[in-house]
Design a protein around this ligand. Sequence first.
Ligand SMILES: C[S@@+](CC[C@H](N)C(=O)[O-])C[C@H]1O[C@@H](n2cnc3c(N)ncnc32)[C@H](O)[C@@H]1O
Length: 553
Amino acid sequence: MLNKIKEDLIAEIDRRLNDKIIEATNAKLLKKLIEGSDNAEEAIAIAELGTTYKRTGFHFDKRLEKKGNTIKYFKKNEYLSFSDGKGGVIHKLIIGDNYDALLNLLIEYRGRIDVIYIDPPYGKDKMGQFAQTNYDNELTRDNLLSMLYPRLILAKQLLSNEGVIFCSIDDRNQAYVKCLFDEVFDESKFLFNLPRITKKGGKSTQTIAKNNDYILAYTKSDDIKFALEEKSDESLDKYEFEDEFVSTRGKYKLTQTLDYNSLQYNTSMDYEIEIDGKKFYPGGSKEIMEQRHAGQHGVTDWVWRWSKSAVEWGLKEKMFVIKNDRIYTKSYLKCRKKNGKNEIEYIDATRKAYTTLSYLDDNKYSNDNAKKELDKIFDNGNLIFKNPKGSVLVSELVKMVCDKEDGIILDFFAGSGTTGHSVLELNKDGGTRQFILCTLNEITDVNPNGVAYDVTTKRLKRIMTGSCYDNSKNFDFARKNMEPYGGTLDVYEIGEVANFENTKGKTAFDVIDETLYGKEKFKTLKEKIEWVCENFDRTQKILEKPVNSTEVV
Ligand SMILES: C[S@@+](CC[C@H](N)C(=O)[O-])C[C@H]1O[C@@H](n2cnc3c(N)ncnc32)[C@H](O)[C@@H]1O
């Protein structure tokens, strides 16, 4: 038995050596020490020394994720789970450490998650110093990075090949967290680092106002297609006119004149246009046009935007309107002139490309707006959860990269459950997207039962069913008769059984309900053990010993 454990540990050291996680000289020494160790505990402790550092171009103290002798599994909390009984999407909330949750999710969701959004807790610390976070815990940068590192590795395995992972992060930590993402996802898979408005105010004469944080985005794909952003109603309202082509071209607006005074000067673009017997010149004057033709022009000067042949084509296609003695081009909602060609190109002008400024301009993405959202669900929303993100932020991120109406969206630092809210909002289009959330039940001054019990579950129950767990409806969302989203939420806690357990005639493997993992019930214990050992990374194959043994190793 001891020899087998040593053999496995040495194989693990070799793997780490191969992955360049440890240096060759250290690996040699560790193997020697493992071979010479007297018992399994000592051998495992020595092997763990080999997991202490991960070189990422910068150094941080990596916390050890210890292999325990317990099996962690999803245990359904029937009391907190609920359903509207309509057979819609079954969403999941897992309460507990996301390391265990991610490991377990791999069993059913490896390579299947379309979008991951995370908003990990970070302190406002200077490098290496303890800082108070919003969540009453202390987090050094070392702790943040070493906590994230193994979780990102698991997250990458969960992400589909076309999937995208987003990570909200503040200005102090983003550079470090980006290095970590570069390491895990590879720098070539970096998409963007999006600045996001946190608040509008806070200006002072003494210091620069910090009004944004960042959203890092990475993918596994080489070719990611971004969706287009919907234009605001305000900008769509400007398309107020229609002509005889309205059914095919849509409504139009008049914003651009055909002539312009600061384009590269070119005589061929500076000519007379005649419409219904009336003559037009760039800038309005025939005399000044003639002076330009005689050489009195700037490098940039008045010209038409369209060539002679394009204008002839535009006149036939009725692309111009005369207003205040000037020629205006029509900007249609559904078409435009194809660049460089005299032909119509059909487009969707109700949408525009996202830019990295999209999330900086609009206050709807700010924390201020997110607070208002939580206030509709909890009368003291502002107090019970500080700085939630707004659901519109996450839903826009999902829309940007995933057009699947049945996409799976994961948030393993779910906090108040904003990502769940976003997915429910997106499903208003008839979609069947599924959310999977994971969050610690972190006890804080204002959440004596823990954030997951006091905020996350309650928020989802209220917005999905329109009432609280005790069926009361005393919150603004219900008072204002807002339509509940419906659906089913399965709530799980991280259950734990010792893998040598054998109480009340049950083995550890009997305790775990493998149907949770989408598996048929196993016929034999041997089959079951094989499956659990293969799928639960933290499980050591200690059950090779007789199941009634109380000896740990
Ligand atoms: C910054 S908050 C996320 C806020 C969230 N985006 C929202 O809008 O409500 C981070 C959350 O992650 C949780 N958390 C921290 N460490 C965790 C871990 N190891 N596993 C699961 N959740 C964790 C914290 O309890 C906290 O609620």
